[in-house]
Design a protein around this ligand. Structure first.
Ligand code: ATP
Length: 422
């Protein structure tokens, strides 16, 4: 047996006691050190985690400040840039050249900026122009802002024929001219005739012209677009014509639609040749646009035009030509029987005392229009409220009648809004 083999046998032999490498005190010390190092390690890791969280929070705060800085920079640059001029496109020429008209009046030959799509540059479109070079920088979206363009849009109004007293001939004529073409266009196709394009309602104020037009819209489930013609007469050249274009394009968008032009005489009055001012030019321009829209209109389409006036005598003959407002319907003051019906319509929701005699009331209201008859019923109701009653008596009507009469006779009372009497 060799020496080395002898030695290894000595070491592995269980009978030889092992010499401890480190003493137990040293071992305990080492264990303690190990525990404290582990604790320290844990603490450091926790610190790292906290720092990472803080960094993330600081970074997100920095991003927020950057965003805010960007916003303020944009705001600042917006404040520094001069405002753009608003105008409208007149004609698009070759090579991105365009004739524009600023809303202050003059026309300019200018250019369309490179970033503007030429397909949007249509005659009549509203656009923003550079204040010095008048370069067309942007085509503005079509605006149908009712408050700006003086239009009042009502989707299928809730007025029905049963809310209208009398006017049976007028109802039938309007049915024929407006309802039939909208509801049964095939009838006209079969017969081979063109339905009327526009209908003109004329008569004294408050005789139910607007009411009947609304009822026609209700029956045909059409949108009712009302515009007062005097609102179409604008301060700036070309603005009135633009509003007319907008009115008709809004109607086409909302079709089926009934366009109701109230007080048409404001733009449709015939002009005397001697007093032809710049203002008259603007009014006639607006009228021309209206005539152009009427002429370019498909009579079998689902947009119908109704105009109303109290002054048919002053209307320009051009408006009444066939193919334009070719149906003319008169709205006279209501007769005794019609006044009775109007009164009963306006009192149908009221609690009337037994002594109220509507026949007598209709006799006493000779010469009253529908609006005044409604005012009598409202005023009688107010009298009852003043006396703490919900039932309206004959004496309330008597007082209401004299209040409305006073309103008709006293010029100063006429200045009050309709329906209010001293
Ligand atoms: P203007 O010419 O002043 O515009 P108008 O003829 O269009 O007047 P409307 O606005 O239709 O008159 O009528 C005003 C109000 O009078 C109506 O809201 C309605 O309450 C009442 N009225 C008028 N006529 C009638 C009627 N025939 N039946 C029931 N109510 C009526």
């Amino acid at each position: 047996m060799s020496d080395s083999a002898q030695n290894s046998e000595d070491v592995l032999s269980p009978n030889v006691p092992l010499e401890p490498i480190i003493s137990s005190e040293e071992l305990a010390k080492l264990r303690k050190t190990n525990i404290s190092l582990e604790n320290r390690n844990y603490e450091l890791r926790e610190t790292v985690r906290q720092l990472r969280l803080q960094t993330a929070a600081a970074e997100s705060e920095r991003d927020q400040f950057r965003r805010e800085a960007r916003k303020y920079k944009t705001e600042l640059s917006q404040m520094k840039t001069p405002p753009l001029v608003i105008g409208s496109v007149e004609t698009l020429l070759d090579g991105r050249r365009v004739v524009v008209r600023s809303t202050t009046g003059p026309q300019f030959l200018s250019h369309v900026a490179e970033n503007v799509d030429l397909a949007d540059v249509l005659p009549g479109a509203q656009c923003a122009l550079h204040p010095q070079s008048f370069v067309l920088l942007e085509v503005l979206p079509k605006k149908y802002d009712a408050s700006v363009s003086a239009m009042e849009v009502e989707e299928a109004p809730d007025v029905t024929y049963s809310d209208i007293g009398g006017l049976s001939t007028q109802k039938n004529l309007l049915r024929e001219a407006i309802e039939l073409p909208l509801l049964k266009p095939q009838l006209f196709e079969k017969t081979g005739i063109e339905p009327p394009k526009g209908v003109l309602l004329y008569g004294p104020p408050g005789t139910g012209k607007t009411l009947l037009a609304k009822a026609a819209a209700h029956e045909t489930h059409a949108s009712f677009i009302r515009v007062v013609a005097s609102e179409l007469v604008q301060k700036y050249i070309g603005e009135g014509a633009r509003l007319v274009r907008e009115l008709f394009s809004l109607a086409r968008e909302k079709a089926p639609a009934i366009v109701f032009i109230d007080e048409i005489d404001a733009i449709g009055a015939s002009r005397s040749a001697d007093a032809y001012s710049a203002g008259d030019h603007e009014v006639s321009r607006t009228l021309m646009q209206l005539l152009a829209e009427l002429d370019g209109f498909n009579a079998r389409g689902n947009v119908k035009i109704i105009a109303a006036t109290n002054r048919i005598d002053v209307l320009d003959k051009a408006l009444l030509r066939p193919g334009r407002f070719d149906r003319i319907i008169e709205f006279p003051l209501p007769t005794g029987e019609e006044r009775r019906t109007i009164l009963s319509i306006h009192t149908r929701k009221m609690h009337l005392a037994k002594d109220v005699d509507l026949d007598l009331l209709s006799r006493e209201t000779d010469g009253f229009n529908g609006a005044e008859l409604m005012a009598v019923t409202v005023e009688a109701g107010m009298q009852a409220i003043r006396h703490n009653r919900s039932t309206v008596r004959a004496k309330d009507f008597a007082e209401a009648l004299s209040a409305v009469r006073r309103g008709r006779e006293q010029p100063e009372a006429r200045e009050l809004p309709p329906g209010m009497y001293l």
